[in-house]
Design a protein around this ligand. Structure first.
Ligand SMILES: *[C@@H]1O[C@H](CO)[C@@H](O)[C@H](O)[C@H]1NC(C)=O
Ligand SMILES: *[C@@H]1O[C@H](CO)[C@@H](O)[C@H](O)[C@H]1NC(C)=O
Length: 404
């Protein structure tokens, strides 16, 4: 035991976490019932022994020192100068409010030629953009689920660009129709999310890709951690973002040949779009209650459905109203000479992804439950069952008491 010093334990912990992450992936895809812990520890010991055998400690230390030097050098070097915004055209969807609206303002102020799409040309967001921004900004009315409106936006954009290409496409428009347990989610919720977040974005992307390829420009998509991780109550929204992520990630390597760089932005929790619109969620909630089958409503209970809605609303209230971390990453993805494949925009997201990637499912699922909608109520049918058991036990106890 005395041989095992502190650095050794630290080293073993780090190694365990990483091998644990690898095992988690292997077990998830192949041997779901295998004894995870034994496999995990076994693999850790094996790799550790092999490592110790192949690499003497001194060599490891030298490697570590080298890695630190490279890291420090990279950190202290000034970041490469950003490209100039002047003369670059950017098309952004969903600028009525939220990230899109804020990004349109920032990009306009930076000197970009902005094409901003809104659902409602006479809405508050559109009028604000018109008032604040320079004449370089063009407002376009586009519902991205309507292909003829997307097509019209292409014609309008081309008319302004002339023979120039488009430097940036920012896929921002997206919706979350409603939240709730997957079994309780209406098909209209699943379809609504797919229609906007997936099919709408695919159509916009395909429509503007020829112009992006011409400029060897940037494709930037606002996605969500819910598309990578199973957040409770977000199955419909998350599934549409997961589909979107796969589409974008595939495009990324296909477009490499054309010189188009592709980035995905993963925001934390922000007060965007409908998220803090109380009336909207009340409306969705009423519609859900009206359309749920009586049997499901009986099993889960109306109070359970109500609790979910209320928990979500209070979560939305605490969301961050300052969009600048997200807008900063959009600017980076547009102007960095070497844009990143993905950007985490918001505090703690790196940790959320770390836990998802490297911790066992029991821990990562528990963490997601704590992070998002923390339900206290059980579905009604399960409550009744445990209540029933409780009553039985009480009766038994009483009987025993009497027998005594
Ligand atoms: C967009 O969708 C419409 C309707 O499905 C289709 O006709 C059109 O070709 C699509 N655009 C592109 C560029 O694929
Ligand atoms: C659930 O919410 C609806 C509408 O907001 C309300 O009418 C109903 O009384 C609530 N039910 C329970 C059991 O709390």
């Amino acid at each position: 035991m005395e041989d095992y010093t502190l650095p050794f334990w630290i080293y073993l912990c780090v190694l365990t976490v990483f091998i644990g992450g690898a095992m988690k992936k292997i077990l998830a895809s192949h041997l779901s019932t295998a004894p995870t812990l034994v496999a995990w520890l076994g693999a850790t010991v094996l790799v550790e022994r092999l490592w110790a055998f192949c690499l003497p400690a001194v060599l490891l230390l030298v490697l570590l020192g080298l890695a630190c030097c490279i890291y420090l050098a990279a950190r202290t070097r000034p970041p490469p100068a950003a490209l100039p915004a002047h003369g670059k055209a950017v098309f952004i969807t969903g600028c009525d409010s939220g990230f899109g609206n804020a990004a349109a303002k920032r990009l306009d102020a930076l000197g970009f030629e902005v094409f901003a799409t809104v659902l409602d040309l006479s809405g508050d967001g559109a009028r604000e953009l018109q008032r604040i921004c320079s004449p370089r900004l063009t407002l376009l009315q586009v519902d991205i689920t309507q292909p003829q409106q997307v097509q019209q936006a292409l014609l309008d954009t081309k008319a302004k660009l002339g023979l120039r290409g488009l430097w940036g496409l920012v896929n921002n428009a997206g919706i979350c129709v409603n939240i709730g347990d997957a079994e309780l989610s209406l098909m209209s919720n699943f379809r609504g999310c797919m229609e906007v977040n997936f099919f709408g974005t695919v159509n916009v992307t395909k429509t503007f890709l020829p112009l992006l390829r011409q400029a060897k420009g940037r494709l930037i998509t606002i996605s969500s951690p819910a598309g990578d991780q199973p957040f409770p109550c977000l199955a419909a929204y998350g599934a549409s973002k997961a589909a979107l992520n796969l589409f974008i990630n595939t495009l990324r390597h296909e477009l490499e040949l054309w010189g188009v760089r592709v980035s995905t932005i993963l925001p934390g929790s922000y007060k965007t779009g409908q998220s803090s619109n109380h009336a909207y969620w009340e409306q969705q909630h009423k519609q859900l209650l009206q359309n749920l089958s009586p049997a499901l409503l009986e099993d889960y209970g109306e109070d359970y459905v109500n609790e979910t809605k209320e928990l979500f609303q209070s979560h939305a209230k605490q969301a961050n109203p300052d969009f600048s971390p997200v807008i900063d990453t959009i600017v980076q993805a547009l102007l960095a000479p070497q844009p990143q494949v993905r950007y985490f925009a918001g505090p703690g997201l790196g940790l959320v992804y770390f836990i998802h990637n490297y911790c066992p499912f029991s821990i990562s699922n528990h963490f997601l439950k704590k992070l998002f909608v923390k339900k206290k109520l059980m579905p009604r049918a399960l409550r009744k069952q445990s209540g029933f058991n409780l009553n039985l036990n009480l009766h038994n106890n009483n009987n025993e008491e009497k027998l005594k």
